[in-house]
Design a binder for this molecule. Sequence first.
Ligand SMILES: [Zn+2]
Length: 238
Amino acid sequence: MAAISKQILYKNILKHLKTNPYGLSSTDLARNLNINRMTLVKYLNIMQANGLIEYRNIGMAKVWHITSKYDLINSILRGESAPIQAIIAGQHIKIRNEMGDMIPLSLFRVIKAALSLSKNPSKTQYEAGQLVAKNSIYVNQDLNAESAIKTLARVFIGLRLGIILPLQVSPSFWVLKLNESATSHGTGVKGNSLCHFEAGVISGIISKSLGINAVVKETKCIGTNHHHCEFAVKFTKK
Ligand SMILES: [Zn+2]
């Protein structure tokens, strides 16, 4: 495949995955892009190796989604060829250490206020996260669990907080995985669970979506030497 069509293919794959933050199977992607699935898989694997996309297994299918390398992904979507040339050349791409330019100012302000005013920073960050979620125009009420998780994934992408994936969903208990948490990923800070704000956002979105009280606790964190963060969600009556 010529270099130029490779670039267009990379771009189109990212475009499709970006508009489907919950993910697409390689079969769906091949159909949407109208290309051979075996050819597609070759490029998906290269993009995965470069940290642009990743997958989870659902039954026999691999469901692909973008990672939170937003700046890199956006520069590819804008048509800049340098990042793709780097990928083709096999150069190392740095893990992100910025939020990027689309993060709402209100989000920064609420975190800053929470940190400076609080005697109990973890609780205050959690509550700030709940507040952000409850005021989000993207969260609708009366949704089922599946829709609530899709909303959660979309809001996390929109706020650039990381990539949310459900590991376990039962009527009374959920486990959610968070990849590349905005709070902990790449910070090098170790020793504690760090993502109280993210836990609060999860709590707020689920509580608002389902109209029940969701209590969220971080059970694994990059800050406690795990590769990703994990959150346990329990439900109590309001
Ligand atoms: Zn964490």
